[in-house]
Design a protein around this ligand. Structure first.
Ligand code: MN
Length: 380
């Protein structure tokens, strides 16, 4: 009953399409190697038809001989597919708009034109031995009956799957579930979810699609991507594992490293609160939580920091409790009895309030040295 679910990561294509982001070819190669090393099943490496550096990077990634399938993005245009073939890829995504708003205003064409083009391009790609994903760009705003017609036309021409693109990120998980279920019922075509995060629902929508039977999820590292970004690789994989209970077979212990690398390469800092790999995900300050975790990590943790390459951190600040102060000092091999720790705590708290932030360990130790261990200025 449970179908295998694959990750098709598009950090190198939709991720790089983020306004203002450019990866060097060296960075692209590093990202492709890292994705392959952790077991990502497919990597969307770019758009060969752009030529120049872009095409070179794709060829160079092909030369790495990775285990992951490399898929190239194309318009349903014969010359695009020929350029993909020159790079040596074995899989192509053929992308065309499926919503009337795009067909009429962006393409200035008709639905029939769209169907004719996808048929011709798919047949050409299949005749050249390629795996074909047909992308329904703006599928979420398309007439869903027409989308099914599009999928069936592509399937008849030999397409292997349909990428359902929520291009402007306007679905919610309930809509997604209903639509993907119906589409699979109607077409029996494999479906890939491509969701954008404009309303913060990219990951949720991808999961809803999977629940409805989709077998591929198109992700990006750090959720990079146009506007508010795409479904985030780390979120999708960990949510599948921890919430859905399906292990996608990806080594998640390198997630933080991957996140940091892509943050640097994209000049986009990683917010501390970023789900899964943010530096705050396993950082504890407030008394209840910190003490809970000190007693049993499961009290506030659904997975362990090591699972994603993070570390558990305890910081001292306004919301800290006595046990946290003791634990923090114990990290530096100081033992402070409960009574003294209780008297020390308000000093730490008021320093934190003055500074409007938590204290660095050095600051805690400095205060400890001067107020407790030193004893000279110690008064309550
Ligand atoms: Mn996109």
């Amino acid at each position: 009953m449970t179908k295998k679910v694959f990750i098709d990561d598009t950090t190198l294509r939709d991720g790089e399409q983020t306004a203002g982001v450019v990866f060097t070819n060296e960075e692209k190669i590093t990202i492709a190697k890292m994705l392959d090393a952790i077991g990502v099943h497919q990597i969307e490496a770019g758009i060969p038809a752009m030529g120049g550096d872009e095409k070179e990077a794709i060829c160079a990634i092909m030369d790495l001989g990775l285990k992951a399938s490399i898929i190239a993005w194309n318009r349903p245009v014969i010359s695009d597919i020929k350029t993909s073939l020159e790079c040596g890829v074995k899989a192509v995504a053929l992308s065309i708009s499926t919503s009337d708003i795009h067909i009429q205003h962006k393409l200035r064409q008709t639905r029939k034109w769209v169907l004719d083009n996808i048929r011709t391009a798919t047949e050409f790609a299949k005749n050249n031995g390629l795996y074909v994903s047909v992308n329904g760009e703006d599928a979420s705003r398309a007439d869903q009956d027409f989308l099914a017609e599009y999928a069936l036309a592509a399937k008849e021409a030999g397409a292997d799957r349909l990428r359902y693109c929520d291009t402007v990120g306007v679905m919610d998980p309930f809509i997604t579930y209903n639509r993907i279920s119906r589409l699979i019922d109607k077409t029996s075509l494999e479906v890939e979810m491509h969701t954008h995060n404009d309303f913060g629902m990219a990951t949720a929508n991808s999961l809803a699609g999977v629940r409805a039977g989709a077998t591929y999820v198109n992700t990006t590292i750090n959720g990079l991507g146009e506007r508010a970004g795409n479904a985030c690789l780390e979120e999708v994989v960990m949510a599948m594992k921890c919430i859905v209970g399906t292990d996608l077979g990806i080594d998640t212990t390198k997630f933080r490293e991957l996140s940091e690398y892509v943050a640097r390469a994209s000049h986009r800092s990683l917010p501390p609160s970023k789900p899964i790999t943010g530096s705050n995900v396993f950082t504890y300050e407030s008394q209840g939580r910190a003490e809970g975790v000190l007693t049993d990590t499961a009290s506030y943790e659904v997975f362990s920091p090591e699972d994603v390459g993070l570390e558990r951190r305890l910081i001292i600040g306004k919301y800290s409790g006595v046990a946290c102060v003791q634990a923090k000092l114990a990290q530096y091999r100081y033992f402070l009895p409960f009574e003294e720790a209780s008297r020390f705590l308000p000093l730490l708290q008021s320093r934190s309030i003055d500074l409007k932030r938590a204290l660095y360990d050095e600051e805690v130790l400095e205060l400890y040295e001067s107020k407790v261990a030193g004893g000279r200025k110690w008064k309550f």
